[in-house]
Design a protein around this ligand. Sequence first.
Ligand code: TNX
Length: 559
Amino acid sequence: IAIICLLSFSCTNKYKNLANTAEDYQVIPKPQKLDMLTGKFLVDGNTKIVGSEVLKNEGEFLAGMLSAATGNSINFYSEGSGNITLKLDDAIKNEEGYSLNVTFDKIEISGKTTKGVFYGIQTLRQLMPASIESANGDIKELTIPAVSIADNPRFKYRGMHLDVARHFFPVDFVKKYIDLIAMHKMNTFHWHLTEDQGWRIEIKKYPKLTEVGAWRNGTIVGHHPGTDNDQKKYGGFYTQEDIKDIVAYATKKHVTVIPEIELPGHSSSAIAAYPYLSCFPEEPTKVSHDMGSIKGKEIQATGTPKIVQETWGVFDDVYCAGKDETFTFLQDVLDEVILLFPSEYIHIGGDECPKENWKRCPSCQARIKAEGLHDEHELQSYFITRIEKYLNTKGKQIIGWDEILEGGLAPNATVMSWRGTKGGIEAAKQKHDVIMSPNHSCYFDHYQVKTKDEKAKEPLSIGGNTTVADVYTYEPMPSELNKEEQKYVLGAQANVWTEYMKTTDYVEYMILPRMTALSEVVWSSKNNRDWEDFSTRLNTFKDRLDALELNYAKHTFGK
Ligand code: TNX
C-alpha cells in the first residue's frame, strides 16, 4: 500500500507541477480573460463528468469527445461527484458567458445557460491537442493545461449563411457546416432555401415547388449559358423530415437555424412551378438589366417561359404584388415553414427585386392606387409589411436584406446590411435591429486573394476579393453610430453564395479560414483583437482543421 501511495503521490505531483507555455493556450476566438496556471489535468479511466440533468446534452458531448480520444469509457452522470463538473451559475452575467477552471486534479465549467457551458466545452476542446479530432482511442496521455478563463461573446448574433439553392448540398454536409459554426462559437445558421435557380424545401400544400422548382437544366450556374452549362438535370431538396432532423441537430449544438424564403424577387423557381404567381404567366422571363450591380453584358435573357433559372443574375419575373393569390400562397408556405423552425426570425429576402413587371401590371397598379402608394418601391414596402404583419401574428419577426429600407421599413423588421454598411447604419438610426454582413468584408464567395496572378490560380469566383486579413480587420460596429444607436447592431454574418461552388469541398475551401477570422471578430473584445497574434493561433488551429479532414485554403494564411 505504501508503495502504491508513493507511486500515485508522485504521479499526481508530476501533473501538478508541470509547466505550461503560451503555446498551450491557442484558443480561437480569443477568450476575454485567460490566466495561465501551472499543472496539467490528466484525462484517464478515472475521469468522471457530473452535472445536473439539464446539462446532459453538453455532458454527453464532452464525454463522447474524451472517450473517443482516449479509448476509456468516460461518462456523464447527473448525480454523485466527479473530477469534471458542469454547472449553471447565475452570477455569470452574459447569456452565453462561461467560466472554465482547470487544475491538475479537477475541471469546472460554469455557464449562465446550457449554451455557456457548451462554449466552455468548446474552449476546453481547443486546449487539447488537435489529434483528439480524429483520434481512435489511441491517445495514451491526454492532458489539459491548467487555466482560469472567464469569457463571453461581444455580439449576440454570430452568423454563417449558406446558399443551398444555386447548388444543393446533402443533409450530412449541412450538419458538418453546423458543427463548424458551433466549434467557432458562432450561433446562427442562415439557410438560404429558395432562389431563381432552385426551391429546396418541401411544402406539402404545393408539391410542384419541389417536383418542378427543385430541378434545372445544368449543374453549373454560370453567367454564360451554353458555354459552361452542361445541361444535365440538376437539383435536390430537403424533405420536411430532413429539416426536422437538421434543426434538432443544430439545437443540440446551440445553433439557431433561420430559414430564408425569398420574396418578392429571386422567385423564378416558385414561378416555374406555379406560373400564376407571376404578373404575366404567359410571358418568358427576362434578365433584368437595370440592376446597377450586374453588368448587362455578362448576363443573357433565357428567352424561355417560366423556367428554373440556369444562369445567375437578377430576373424581371417576381411575385405579383397585385394578386391576393400571391399572398395566400406565401402565407400557406410560411405556415409550414413556421412549424419546422423554432427560430424567432424568418428571413424573407427582399433583395434585388426588379420593378419592371409591376410597372406594367394592371393589378399591381390597382393595388398602388387602392393603398394610396406613390410608386413601386412603396409597393415593395407594402408587400414586405403585409408579410411581416402576418408573421408577427404568428409570433415571428422578420429579417430582410437592406433593400427593405426602400419605400419605408416594415415596423418591426431587422435589416441585414449587405451593400456595404450604409443600410445598416440607416436602419440603426431608425431604431431597427441590424445584422452587419457587408459585401466588402463578409462575402465568402469572393476571391480570397488580391492580385491578378494569384486570382488566375484560383477556381473561378464571383468578382471582388476578401482576404483573411480583410475579414479579421473588419469592425462591425460603425463609428457613425452613437451609443444609443449602437445597441441596435446585433452582430455580423458571412454570406456564402454558391453560384460557383458546386461541391462541398469547395464550400469548405471558401469558408476556411475566413470564418475562423470572423468568429473572433464577433466574439472577442475589440482590444483583444490582434492580427499577428491571431495568425499565430491560426497556425495551431489549422492542425485541427487537418485532423477534421477539412479542405481549407492553406495558401491564404497570414494574408
Ligand atoms: C447578390 S447578397 C445577391 C445574391 C448573389 C450575390 C453574389 C444578396 C442579398 N443578393 O443573390 O448570389 O450577390 O455575390
